[in-house]
Write a new protein. Structure first.
Length: 159
């Protein structure tokens, strides 16, 4: 039986809603209003702790179980995103080459935009080939904040 657990949590850049199944975290989304009811799970509590450590500059990587739902192509892109190092950026072209589909820039961009796991699957680290910030589901201000935050804490994070 599939159960959905969810809870809101505050962050320095806005309210996040964390959702999980028994298999892992399924969503970390920026929301304007919290969910009306809270149905938490130990995975969500662990995720909240790891996100708090990230925002404090004490965590560079996450080890909470993830269970995002998506197509095979999206899953390949999201896995490739997880390989972008903390404080680093790369282009859509780099991701395309990394998944063995060098001409799929637009499809990679679409999969990046559908990433349901903000921050943990670091789609904010993907920029245009010209070095410019490109779209981010949470807004460009948040993307810029996250990149600056990581740059500022690169030497201090514990991992």
């Amino acid at each position: 039986m599939y159960l959905d657990y969810f809870t809101p949590t505050d962050s320095p850049i806005g309210l996040l809603e964390i959702r999980a199944s028994d298999a892992g975290i399924t969503h970390i989304l920026f929301v304007d209003e919290p969910v009306k009811a809270v149905n938490t799970h130990p995975l969500i509590e662990r995720c909240k702790t790891q996100l708090e450590e990230y925002f404090q500059g004490r965590r560079q990587t996450f080890d909470v179980a993830l269970a995002p739902q998506g197509t095979v192509f999206q899953q390949r892109v999201w896995l490739q995103l997880r390989g972008i190092a903390y404080g680093e950026t790369c282009s859509y072209a780099t991701i395309s080459r990394g998944i063995g589909s060098p001409n799929s820039h637009r499809a990679v961009g679409a999969a990046n935009g559908r990433n349901p796991l903000s921050i943990i699957v670091p789609c904010h680290r993907v920029i245009g080939s010209n070095g410019q910030l490109t779209g981010y589901a949470g807004g460009l201000e948040r993307k810029q904040w996250l990149l600056r935050h990581e740059q500022a804490h690169m030497d201090f994070a514990l991992s």
